[in-house]
Design a protein around this ligand. Structure first.
Ligand SMILES: *Cc1c(COP(=O)(O)O)cnc(C)c1O
Length: 389
């Protein structure tokens, strides 16, 4: 049996190499996107966002790449993502962006992960636990400037900022906020959020207190559209992976997708008219067609809601997926064209002059590119390729 050395999946050691359905991540493209963002942001620092398995691209591999590229900070959503990165040897600073509960604090300290403090009570709790454990916590304060999710409201932030300078067992190194719609064509709400954040930051100057050294706010939408929101550091997520956050966002940075989703034909047949395909018998042809079966389905994250809309590439041509998408298989109508067992099938990515994009899948599924990428199941092996410069 041939084992491909490019495949790097420490937790699953069987059958990933032989499974024809795989995700191919182009590390060179990720690096190009990273450099394009760097170019755009001038002297600001950069915190690549790696939550949800690095938007499906593989948490540990993407972390290793951006660490080697010299990124300043990493952002993840939940504690466990941070712990996994530490266990895999990632040494750079890591901010856990989500809300926390008290029982998690000792883990943050043990693994040297930075905490998001979203209220005075949580900040005091962190400071107290750090004291008890004879440790020093690292914290970024979270200000809600118009998202109503976590964080102290901008109009109440004074108390949190005052408390933060009194903490003895906590290094409050950052303060941040998050945009609700920086990727929109209408930026009025996003601009209001920037003004509110600036108002909060002016507290330090007014009271002659030193501001935390990392003030940050910009996600992909703001990196593309709102240079006034760069502050000390930016937090690119989706754009790092080469996908624009919305159809209307200004494409001020050139990006290319790093992820391809591929499989192979495992079965070929001729379907007669009047013989419906798949569960529920929802589709049939009124003439004889050739069809192929491809071994992936909604159990891999190929959403069932794309049934009767999705298209794939085979031999450089686009063909429709027919019938309902099953958990592990799809059927593709190739009309009277040719395709053979083992032929490559592209579900996301390029083939010849054709390409199927994440944005298209999002439209077929009635969702956003973020959800397509983050739902590609971990049972789909990830293969990493690097092009020679
Ligand atoms: C997800 C996230 C980001 C990155 O958002 P993108 O739109 O993917 O760039 C930045 N900051 C926070 C707090 C996030 O949760």
């Amino acid at each position: 049996m041939h084992f491909d050395s490019r495949i790097n999946r420490p937790t699953i050691t069987t059958n990933d190499v032989v499974r024809p359905t795989l995700i191919e991540v182009d590390l060179s493209r990720l690096a190009e996107n990273y450099h394009a963002i760097r170019e755009q942001i001038g002297s600001a620092k950069i915190m690549p966002i790696l939550k949800a398995n690095a938007y499906g691209h593989g948490l540990v591999e993407v972390a290793r790449l951006v660490e080697s590229l010299g990124a300043d900070y990493l952002g993840v959503a939940v504690l466990e993502e941070g712990i996994l990165l530490r266990e895999k040897g990632i040494q750079m600073p890591i901010l856990v962006l989500g809300g926390i509960l008290g029982n998690q604090v000792p883990y943050f300290l043990k693994y040297d992960l930075t905490i998001t403090a979203s209220s005075i009570e949580k900040l005091w709790q962190v400071d107290e636990i750090a004291e008890q454990l004879g440790s020093k916590a690292k914290v970024h304060l979270k200000i809600d400037t118009g998202m109503e999710r976590i964080g102290v409201h901008y109009y109440n932030a004074g108390g949190l900022l005052e408390a933060s300078v009194k903490c003895k067992h906590t290094d409050v190194e950052g303060i941040f906020s998050h945009f609700a719609n920086a990727d929109a064509a209408d930026l009025s709400h996003a601009r209001l959020q920037v003004e509110r954040f600036e108002e909060v930051l002016s507290f330090y100057e007014k009271h002659s207190l030193p501001a935390p050294r990392l003030r940050h706010m910009a996600n992909s939408g703001a990196i593309l559209q709102l240079p006034e929101a760069y502050f000390d550091m930016v937090r690119p997520g989706l754009m790092l992976y080469g996908v624009y956050p919305s159809p209307e966002v200004a494409r001020t940075v050139a990006l290319r997708p790093a992820l391809s989703w591929k499989s192979r034909v495992v079965y070929f047949k001729v379907i007669k008219p009047g013989h419906p395909v798949g569960y529920g018998s929802t589709w049939q042809s009124d003439h004889m067609v050739r069809a192929v079966t491809v071994p992936l389905g909604y159990g891999d994250g190929y959403f069932r809601s794309m049934s009767h809309k999705a298209q794939v590439l085979i031999r450089g041509k686009r063909y429709p997926v027919v019938g309902l998408i099953s958990m592990d298989q799809i059927v593709v109508n190739i009309e009277w064209q040719s395709a053979y067992n083992d032929d490559e099938v592209v579900l996301i990515g390029e083939m010849g002059d054709e390409a199927v994009t994440v944005e298209e899948l999002a439209e077929w599924a009635g969702t956003i590119p973020y959800e397509i990428l983050t739902n590609i199941n971990t049972r789909v092996p990830r293969v990493y390729i690097e092009r020679q410069a």
